[in-house]
Each structure stands twice: as C-alpha cells, then as structure tokens.
Design a protein around this ligand. Structure first.
Ligand code: F6P
Length: 528
C-alpha cells in the first residue's frame, strides 16, 4: 500500500488546513446558515451532530476522497465478507457476523459462520432463560442471585459497560459483578458479599490462558469447593465463554456449560458473542437480541451510506484530520449518563489497543501519528474535575458528548439540567468568551466537539453506539495503513511477568536492569 503521507488527498488536506488558518468555528457557522442541518445525521433513534467540528464542505469532501484513495470501501467489503484482514494472525474479522440475522450467509473457510453464531445464541438463550426463571439451581437447590464475570480486557469491559448501561432492564433477582484485576481485593471484596449457594461464575476468556483470569477463576473455584467439598458443585456454579474447549475442560467445566466463540472475534469486539453471557443473563435474551439488532443496523448503515453521510466514516475522518493535520494528540468521551460510566474505559481499549501501532500492515514504520489517546468520565461530574483543562489548558482536545434525551428514571428537572449542562459545555468550548481585562477569565474557544443524542438509552441504541465506534476505529486504521485487529504490544510485558513471577517465588532474581533488581530486593526484604 502507498504510504499514507503520499496520498494525493493528504497533501491537499495540508494545503486546505493552511488555507483555513485564522478561521474559527464561529466563523464557519456565520458563513453557513445551513451548517447544523448539513452536518448532522439522524438515524432512527439517534442524532449525530458534527457541526461543531473544525471542517467545512471542502474539508469533508477532501476527507471523503482520502477515504476512497485509502481503499476504505474495498477494505470494508473485504472485512464484511470474511476476508482474512487481520494479517499478522491470518484471521478474518467478523464481529459483524455476530449480529447478523438468522438466514444471512458469511463464509469463513467455506463455512457459514452465521449458522454457528445462532446455534450458540440459542444455547445462551436456553441457559439464561433457565437461570432467570429459577429452573437452573445451585448445588443446594437454590435459585441463582449473583453472577460473577471473571475476565479482563475485552472479556470484561464490554460486558461491564453494557450491563451497567442497561440497568433499567435488569432481572430483579439478579446482580452482576465483574472481577478483572488480579489484585486480591477485586475478587475478595466481591466474594465477601456472596454466598456459594446462589452464585454463578462465568469464566470469560477467549484464550482461557490469560494469567489474571485463570488465577482468579481458580481462587473462585477453591472458594466454592471449600464450601461444598464436592467437585460436582462446579458444574452447577461455573460456566465458560471461550474459544479454547480443551483448557475449559481441563479447568473442570463441562463442555455443556461452555459457550463457544471463534478466533475471528477479537477480544475487544467480543461483547456480541458468548462473552456477552452476563449481559444476556441480566437483561434477557430478547433484549440481547435487540442489542445485536441495533449494532446490525449500524453495520448496514456503515456498509451502504456514502462516505459523506456515513456516521462511522465521518467520525473516523474527522479524527484523522485532528490527529494528523491539527496535531491534537487525544480525544475525550464524555457520556452525560451515569449508566455509561464504563464507556470511556471500553473505548480506550477499543481505540488504543486497535490503533496504538507503529508499523504498517507491510511491516514498515509508520510515517504519520496513529491512534490518539482516549480518556473521559461521565458529565456532569467531569465538569468539576478536568473540564478546566479542556477550556483553558494549552492543548485542544476534541470531545464526543453523548446523552440520552429521555430517562427511564423519571425526574424531568434533573434531565433538563443535565442536557442544559452538556449543551453549555460544547457551546462554551466552541464560542469561548473574551476577557481582556481579566486574562484568567478569558476563554479562547474554538475547541471542537461532536454531540451524539440517543432518543433513549436502550439495548438497540447502545448497540448502534458501540458498533459506530468499532467502525470508526477500523476506518482510521485503514487510513493509517495499520492492522487494527492484533495487539502484539501487550506480549512483552506478559512474558516478563511470567519470568519475574517465578524468580520472586524462587527468591532468585535473574538478569535485570538496576531498577528492577532494586525493586525485587526491596519486596524480598519486606516479604509479600
Ligand atoms: O492482553 C490483551 C488481551 O489479549 C485483550 O486483547 C483481550 O481482550 C484480553 O487480553 C483478554 O483476553 P482473553 O479473553 O483471552 O482472556
């Protein structure tokens, strides 16, 4: 592939940026009365307002041509048809097949994977119905009241986010818990609240080898068996979501209690698969189907809408514009909804694990900056923490503001105040306020943002929101020429941790740098 920086449109964007110098967002609005209408896109149940972004018609036209020059449409079709676009692992990338309706065909190595997807969804439905209806009972005959998802990264963040986001739809008897960290308090504090008779553990791990997850799963198993002293209890209290049947069986979970998925599902794209079991247990199979259907609607939009009207593509292109032409190193995600409290953590993995890469698909060093840093916390809380920095700090950071127009929690005054605050922030960031007499009260403004309004936060609109971000990240990776679907950058630390763990256990440090040796010596004196 051609080096990104040598794209014709890349050069054109540089000239275009230089031509825009001196213009402000306010100028762009003043010069185009139709701007909101032209730069916002509505799909049923969702509105995305791009108009507070630093772009005019020409910017969007050149960015759209850049997408074509980078082969976005061709690569998108290749992904959707099951091509092995994850080149370093020789795998297809088919999270879209996880939300394809029954009857659709997507083939990998001559096999229609959509059939397998629905077989597993049906098994998940059967199991979750049994738990929710009280037919699935624990070893002592009690109904399940607590579900503990033991998993990390994509095997935790997606289920956590979606479960929290859809709290109004939860089954009244059930509570979900998520244990990810190997730091002991995460599991210990969770177990302290639970009773073995009524707890169901889901060991969620694509590989079933992730060190933290396996460690926690074994401790949870010991906790259960300390109570029951009978291995048979494991079958009633443990299930797994994984691609690794052999390791699941070795752990002691029967094949009947394993919900499989496939190597073409990336960890950070796996909430739509069996990894979403905790979500299905909490909201029920019908609502989970709505979640998948929402994502599928977004897949269809991504597949069919022209780039200029394509929400994920526009999000991606504006991100490239900011990262590569405006030198903005980061973006913030601010959901004005406590239920979306884990959204920025989820997007951090999605974006930063996908596009935090320094070599191209051909193995050459990239010549342009790639994925930005992602951060955020819900508003209005974050207005009282880091918004000072967004308004008056020396870096410009584009913001995605996200809210639901209606709330099921019913207090209209709170909701009005909430939305007013969100609009106030994006307006303040854009328009600023000059104060020459008191420079500390001066707001430079001209800080861009995108506003995403969901009519309501439902399984369907949440599915749309997440799929939109997945496709955005994909398009950006294509433009930067990187593989968004591997994560080799996490390997080195894992290998070193294993070595260090055995050295600490043996009390014999190996060859390390002076700092690491000093730290090893310190903990050996203090005793773990
Ligand atoms: O270490 C990174 C990672 O591989 C993520 O990509 C993944 O989501 C997470 O670990 C968990 O992996 P697994 O589901 O195999 O336990």
């Amino acid at each position: 592939m051609k080096d990104t920086a040598y794209f014709k449109n890349w050069q054109q964007l540089k000239q275009h940026r230089d031509g825009l110098r001196g213009k402000t967002l306010k100028d762009l609005f003043a010069g185009d009365k139709e701007r909101f209408g032209k730069m916002s896109i509505a799909l049923p149940g969702i509105l995305v307002d791009f108009s507070k972004n630093f772009a005019n018609d020409d910017t969007l036209a050149i960015l759209a041509s850049l997408a074509s020059e980078a082969g976005v449409e061709t690569a998108r079709n290749e992904m959707l048809r099951g091509g092995k676009i994850n080149s370093t692992e020789s795998r297809a990338v088919l999270h879209t097949a996880l939300r394809a309706p029954k009857g659709k065909a997507v083939n990998v190595d001559g096999k229609n994977v959509v059939t397998d997807v629905h077989t597993v969804l049906d098994a998940m439905r059967k199991f979750t119905d049994a738990v929710r209806d009280g037919k699935w009972r624990g070893q002592s005959g009690d109904e399940i009241t607590d579900i503990v998802n033991i998993g990390i990264g994509g095997s935790s963040l997606g289920p956590q986010l979606v479960t929290h986001a859809l709290a109004p739809f939860h089954h009244k008897r059930l509570t979900a818990h998520f244990v990810a960290n190997v730091e002991a308090s995460d599991l210990a504090r969770t177990l302290a609240k639970l009773s073995p008779e009524t707890t169901l553990f889901i060991v969620a791990s694509k590989t079933f080898t992730t060190a933290e997850t396996m460690q926690n799963a074994h401790i949870a198993r010991d906790w259960l068996l300390t109570h029951y002293k009978d291995e048979a209890a494991v079958a009633k209290h443990f299930v797994a979501a994984s691609t690794n049947t052999e390791a699941v069986e070795k752990f002691g979970i029967a094949p009947d209690n394993m919900f499989p998925f496939w190597d073409w599902v990336g960890g950070r794209y796996s909430v739509w698969s069996a990894i979403g079991l905790s979500v299905m247990l909490m909201i029920g199979a019908d609502k989970f189907a709505e979640f998948l259907a929402g994502a599928h609607e977004m897949d269809e939009h991504f597949k069919t809408a022209p780039i200029e009207q394509n929400i994920p593509a526009l999000m991606a292109l504006l991100g490239v514009w900011y990262r590569n032409f405006m030198d903005y190193p980061a973006y913030a995600v601010i959901p004005y909804n406590a239920c979306l409290g884990r959204l920025s953590a989820f997007l951090q993995q999605l974006d930063m694990e996908s596009n935090g890469k320094g070599v191209t698909r051909e193995g050459q060093p990239v010549t342009t900056p790639t994925g930005p840093m992602v951060f955020g916390e819900p508003g209005t809380d974050s207005q009282h923490s880091f918004f000072q920095w967004l308004h008056q700090g020396t870096s410009t950071v584009p913001v995605d503001f996200i809210a639901a127009v209606k709330t099921p929690y019913g207090n209209r005054d709170q909701q009005t105040m909430l939305l007013a605050n969100m609009f106030a922030q994006s307006e303040a960031l854009m328009t600023g306020k000059e104060n020459k007499a008191e420079p500390h009260r001066n707001f430079l403004g001209n800080r861009p943002s995108t506003t995403i309004l969901l009519d309501e936060l439902t399984p369907r609109t949440l599915g749309m929101l997440l799929a939109m971000n997945e496709h955005k990240v994909f398009v950006q990776g294509l433009i930067w020429g990187i593989n968004s679907f591997d994560q080799w950058g996490v390997e080195l630390g894992k290998v070193l941790a294993k070595t260090l763990e055995s050295e600490i256990k043996a009390g014999k440090p190996g060859a390390h740098d002076g700092s690491t040796l000093g730290l090893l010596e310190y903990i050996s004196r203090k005793k773990i």
